[in-house]
Design a protein around this ligand. Structure first.
Ligand code: 8OZ
Length: 367
């Protein structure tokens, strides 16, 4: 057996056993149908990828206010829960495991998506420089308003309800979206958070919302079924922090105390260079008692290296899972990989979604 085998060994994640250490990262696909219910094709899409040790769904908003792009699925209505139930059933039938990613976009939104055309919400009334996709086209994100102190319990409650809905829909657990310049990351980082109340200023105050949400979700779903995703240095969605190392050291110490089951870390710039900034990820790994899930630009070689060195427990692959439903089998056999087609990442139907061939189909097209 080669040293490369660890990726394909089972892993015990809280109460569940993953058949391997390969995770399908959350991937936004913008194919939800009326009522922001998962597309019926999502049943096939996730089902085709069930050989991953763990699937994490595309980011799914916990409320209308939490939506920032057209056609992203929700996890707040009965119809959405029923739609997701079909997805979890299929994945479980195929022996897979699946968590849903709980999302609030904060200021990365557009008035056309908000109730009564209102402003998106944020820690502070500072617009992000960035675009969203609405009404079939790219548009500047709208200027946000600052959440009042009185509104914050409602945000936490939204995440808690999302977790309750997720369990009802049959998910094995939930991943809190604390990354990529969305609401929880906006509160944590001083480029977006200029508040002067209990949720702004010091590291402790800025980390408060992410930690309160984590506590509420863990109380609902069980800490052993609650993971979280962070991205300490990403510039995604115009987010920045003047000193991310102590901020995330503090956050991760407290996430560990809450006994969350995994910490999912985007190392570097989301979908871009891993070396964009100096950051000590080993410090997070050391501080966190649960599983460390590494993400961003991993290939088989780097995955094997970090698993062998004990620097991570799980490796999340993104784009490669879009184009390779059987990524696990392909990596195991050193088989060639299908290249992902960017043109079909966001929106549309089956093309670029459920029609990427497996290796066996590619070798025997008549199959
Ligand atoms: C790509 C397009 C829209 C949203 C993220 C949820 O970056 C996203 C996202 C990615 O976390």
């Amino acid at each position: 057996m080669s040293t490369s085998s660890k990726l394909f060994e089972p892993y015990k994640l809280g109460p569940i056993t993953l058949s391997n250490r390969i995770v399908m990262a959350p991937l936004t696909r913008n194919r939800a149908v009326a009522g922001l219910v998962p597309n019926p094709l999502a049943v096939d899409y996730y089902g085709q990828r069930a050989s991953a040790g763990l699937l994490v769904t595309e980011a799914s908003q916990i409320s209308q206010q939490g939506q920032g792009y057209q056609d992203t699925p929700g996890i707040y209505s009965r119809e959405q829960v029923a739609g997701w139930r079909k997805v979890t059933n299929r994945v479980h039938e195929r022996g897979g495991r699946i968590f849903i990613q709980l999302w609030h976009v904060g200021r990365i939104s557009h008035t056309s998506l908000q109730a009564k055309g209102g402003a998106p919400v944020a820690p502070s009334a500072i617009p992000a420089k960035g675009k969203t996709f609405v009404n079939g086209t790219f548009a500047d994100v709208s200027a946000p308003r600052a959440l009042t102190l009185e509104e914050i319990p409602g945000i936490i409650e939204g995440f808690r309800r999302g977790a309750a809905n997720a369990l009802e829909a049959g998910f094995d657990g939930v991943e809190i979206h604390g990354a990529n310049g969305y609401l929880l990351d906006q509160f944590a980082k001083d480029g977006a958070n200029k508040r002067t109340d209990a949720y702004g200023g010091s590291i402790e105050n800025r980390a408060k919302l992410m930690l309160e949400v984590s506590k509420a979700v863990a109380a609902e779903a069980g800490a052993e079924r609650t993971g979280i995703r962070i991205s300490p240095v990403t510039p995604a969605n115009d987010i920045s922090d003047s000193n991310p190392q102590p901020l995330f050291d503090y956050i991760v110490d407290h996430l560990s105390a809450l006994k969350l089951v995994y910490l999912h870390v985007i190392e570097g710039a989301t979908g871009g260079p891993r070396d964009i900034a100096l950051f000590d990820y080993a410090s997070l790994r050391k501080r966190f008692a649960g599983a460390y899930m590494a993400n961003n630009g991993y290939d088989l070689e780097l995955a094997n290296k970090v698993l062998a060195a004990g620097e991570a427990d799980l490796i999340a692959f993104g784009k490669l899972f879009i184009s390779n439903p059987d990524l696990v089998e392909r990596l195991k056999h050193g088989a060639p990989l299908n290249a992902p087609d960017k043109a079909t990442f966001y929106g549309g139907g089956a093309k670029g979604y459920t029609d990427y061939p497996t290796l066996s189909a590619a070798l025997d097209p008549a199959e």
